[in-house]
Ligand binder design. Structure first.
Ligand code: LLP
Length: 846
């Protein structure tokens, strides 16, 4: 019999008809090559998150889940009626107020099960394929000694090749939903996070497969997180051990649990990109154990909490550690890293499931206090080097660390197998440290085998094939070069591009009013353009209000929205006096100064609990963010407003900036909608801004049709509610370019530098967020790229880098470089650091 190959497709790879066409073609090809195929798939993206909202927040999800599934059914051209039996079960679970752990497992598995029903209906039109029930194949272990909840939600199976079961399969092609398994009594259990990968790995072992292929939406495992380090390189060949270490240290592509089964049975594991089936990927195999010292990846894990325990009593005190660790055990806290000195033990705690609350830490301190003095450091990050014989690379690592001498490195640990080394630092230092280490250990080492192209290179190929952003400047090269002669360094803004974006936005027909977040770019001509084209204006300071009033003479105060945060009271008073619409995001303002707001109608900004965005500095929800009224305060605030004659006319929330998940805004709307019953006068739901653009290479942009679809569904359920949205970046990012002349070039060893006349004083986004902006040499636009260089500014800061390792043509002094997509959060964030005036702003004369 020919050999088995197990193919696993994740959530984003199974969410559209195009993706299913690709899947069918891949399966077909394998069969033609004489292989037998088992296809394991996840739930279509978004569904499991929705189901989790039921299990964690008891929010009703049947409507939203049905919506996603019927949309997919329509796309696949299959009858949604087939879902009814599964949906009946889903509804009956959703209608319950409390679900026990078994029922939670049942509900959470519905995403995979429903997707499977649709997938089979579609695939059977194209392939001779049969369905396998995971509960017949994957049975959870009876020897699991962990707590019952863990046994149900992150079940483990004892798996070995099973010739009898193999023989029961006679066909060439099967499919199975991932993530779920059965226990010995036939009840549903789950395989935990990354569970579908684990299902596929287990099945590969059971079937004695020759290969496991994990198909996802990236090319493979990279040497760092490409979103913060775009020149991260694709790892072509990797040992299982390294891959496990990478997964455990923050790598997102594979879950560590899925690696062990294939490792134990020596089954090669390939990672492939569903968007580019023919492209190379990462291969894990026993033969790929490195022969010489190397660092293969550098990863960061954020939100780490450190506990430092100090006591002279621990010195030569038998059992001290045991007593201390027992306290952690009792509080259910799992310790990750440990470092000990004669009188100090410092440990780190992972906040994976948000278990580390202030209350838990208080309890911990109290319990430890008889034993030692305790200090807690929150907001730390662990930077981990993964590789082989890392100690041998100490001579390269030490100079990088010495440049961080002023920063605290709280813990350094090194595994005894020499496969990883970790540094725990303050969260705001982690990305910089990772970038510096990556530069020295991976980018500068040109002799490393097994490393493929960089993420930026791969995505450049991918995006140039499917470029959708109107790069207006490409058609105006000569005029821009003319402008730069007298005005560089300068930002140039192209109003027709803003117009194009306004028209795109207006496709979100569910939204009744758009307010442009003027903080993104408050150039008067841009503000005036917005107002002239039906977009109102959102502001966050009295200065922005003034700017809007001056740029848009005659604008009605009611068309201006004021959304300040921790601003002085007098700013609210002034805005109310003008008739500007005020949003309040702090209960204490209302509790302390009810007379200021009495008789006024205001909007309340609520914290939806979950932030998102392109960088952690721009995520504006959750306990770690200073914005919004927390859920626990909403009810008291509602009562208070009623008692004090403060009319709440609308509810607002903003999750963050640079969001590419189209479900974000309907999720916010749902949350705000669920609070409406407390505010009978509220008729406005403002879902905030944050609409992402293709910022990093590899971003696919936002699906506005889906976004509109989800918001339309929301509106249908909430009659009489007006929807508002307040985008900034989306409207203006593409319209702006920064032009600057080359001042000097330099080589340092093999590292090229191109210096330009302005830097982080004009554009701070790369330094602050590691943001990626396309940079081209406008003077040599048609020339082939010859080398890679860092593009840097003239400021006295090592961080004054606008682009790392950019492919450039031969570049000379006085050439003009263009930095693209700088219309949002460019000029508005400029400074006069070093007393260098930032780039001036010009409207492109069209
Ligand atoms: N509404 C509120 C309440 C906001 O705080 C913001 C942005 C927006 C709307 C507009 O968000 P947008 O659609 O532009 O993402 N400097 C960062 C972005 C910070 C955004 C701050 N708030 C950056 O350069 O990426």
């Amino acid at each position: 019999m020919s050999s088995w190959v197990v193919l696993k497709f994740g959530g984003t790879s199974v969410s559209s008809v195009e993706k299913w066409q690709t899947i069918a073609a891949i399966v077909q090809q394998k069969i033609q090559q004489g292989q037998r195929v088992l296809l394991v798939h996840s739930a279509a993206s978004g569904i499991t998150n929705l189901l989790t909202e039921k299990t964690t927040a008891n929010r009703s999800i049947q409507q939203a889940v049905t919506e996603v599934l019927t949309t997919l059914a329509a796309q696949l051209g299959v009858d949604p009626q087939q879902l009814e039996p599964s949906l009946d079960l889903l509804r009956s679970l959703d209608d319950r107020d409390h679900l026990d752990t078994w029922e939670q497992a049942q509900l959470l598995s519905m995403g995979e099960q429903c997707t499977h029903v649709l997938a089979m209906a579609y695939l059977q039109q194209h392939l001779d394929i049969q369905s396998l029930n995971p509960k017949d194949w994957l049975i959870s272990s009876d020897h699991d000694k962990r707590a019952t909840d863990a046994q149900i939600l992150t079940a483990k199976c004892d798996i070995k090749p099973d010739p009898a079961k193999q023989q029961s399969l006679t066909g060439a092609c099967y499919a199975m939903p991932g993530f779920m398994a059965g226990d010995s009594q036939g009840r549903t259990v789950l395989l935990g996070r990354g569970g579908s990968d684990t299902s596929a790995a287990y099945m590969a072992v059971l079937l004695g497969a020759s290969q496991l292929e994990i198909w996802t939406d990236v090319h493979g495992i990279f040497s760092a997180n490409p979103h913060s380090i775009p020149n991260a390189r694709l790892l072509l060949n990797l040992s299982y051990q390294e891959a496990r270490e990478i997964a455990a240290s923050g790598g997102k592509v594979l879950h560590p649990r899925c690696i062990l089964p294939v490792e134990q049975h020596g089954i090669p594991l390939l990672i492939k990109n569903t968007n580019e089936p023919a492209a190379i990927g990462t291969v894990l195999a026993a033969a790929h154990t490195p022969k010489k010292p190397r660092v293969s990846a550098i990863n960061n894990r954020h939100q780490i909490t450190l506990v430092s325990m100090e006591s002279i009593n621990m010195w030569h005190q038998a059992g001290f550690m045991g007593d201390v660790f027992n306290i952690y055990k009792q509080l259910g806290l799992s310790i990750d890293l440990v470092s000990t000195a004669q009188t100090n033990i410092t440990i780190s705690l992972d906040n994976i499931d948000n278990v580390i609350t202030d209350a838990v830490l208080r309890e911990l301190k109290q319990a430890l206090s008889p034993l030692c003095e305790v200090e807690v450091f929150r907001n730390c990050s662990a930077v981990t080097l993964v590789g082989y014989r890392i100690r041998a690379l100490a001579d390269k690592i030490a100079p990088v660390l010495s440049t961080f001498a002023d920063q605290r490195i709280y813990i350094t640990t090194q595994s005894s197998n020499d496969l990883n080394q970790t540094f725990v630092v303050d969260e705001d230092q982690a990305d910089k440290l990772a970038r510096a280490l990556h530069e020295v250990l991976i980018i500068e080492d040109k002799e490393l085998d097994d490393f493929g192209p960089t993420w930026a290179e791969l995505i450049h190929n991918q995006t140039s094939k499917s470029e959708r952003i109107p790069a207006w400047w490409q058609d105006h090269r000569e005029s821009l070069l003319d402008l730069s002669r007298d005005h560089a360094p300068c930002y140039v803004y192209h109003l027709p591009t803003i117009q194009h974006q306004i028209e795109q936005l207006q496709k979100i027909t569910a939204v009744d009013r758009f307010y442009y977040a003027s903080k993104a770019n408050s150039h008067p001509a841009i503000l005036a353009h917005m107002q002239a084209h039906g977009v109102n204006l959102e502001t966050v300071s009295p200065q922005e209000i003034n700017q809007v009033e001056q740029a848009c003479p005659g604008i009605a105060a009611a068309d201006i929205l004021f959304t300040p945060n921790f601003a002085p009271l007098k700013e609210y008073q002034a805005a109310l006096a003008k008739g500007v619409q005020v949003t309040i995001d702090n209960p204490s303002l209302l509790f302390d100064y009810p007379e200021v707001f009495r008789g006024h109608a205001v909007i309340l900004r609520l914290d939806p609990g979950h932030g998102s965005g392109h960088h952690r500095y721009v995520r504006t929800a959750g306990t770690h963010s200073k914005f919004g009224i927390p859920a626990s305060e909403v009810e008291p605030v509602a009562k208070w407003c009623q008692q004090h004659d403060i009319e709440v006319k609308g509810l607002h929330a903003h999750a963050g900036s640079g969001i590419l998940d189209h479900n974000n805004w309907s999720r916010i709307a749902e949350y705000l909608g669920s609070c409406l019953e407390l505010f009978p006068a509220a008729k406005i739901i403002n879902v905030g801004g944050g609409l992402g653009i293709r910022e990093n290479p590899g971003d696919f942009g936002l699906d506005l049709a889906q976004l509109n679809h989800a918001l339309t569904a929301f509106k249908q359920q909430h009659h009489g509610i007006e929807l508002w949205m307040e985008p900034g970046r989306f409207l203006v990012a593409h319209c702006g370019v920064l032009l600057a002349r080359v001042t000097q070039t330099k080589w340092k060893g093999r590292q090229g530098y191109i210096g330009i006349e302005t830097g982080m004083n004009s554009l701070i986004r790369p330094a602050l967020y590691g943001a990626w902006h396309n940079i081209v040499n406008l003077s040599q636009l048609d020339q082939a790229t010859e080398y890679t260089a860092n593009v840097v500014g003239p400021m006295c800061e090592t961080g004054d880098v606008l682009g790392v390792d950019r492919k450039m043509p031969l570049t000379q002094v006085d050439d003009v470089l263009l930095i693209a997509n700088t219309g949002a959060y460019g000029a508005v964030m400029a400074s006069r650091y070093n007393l260098r005036e930032p780039a001036q702003e010009i409207i492109f004369p069209d």
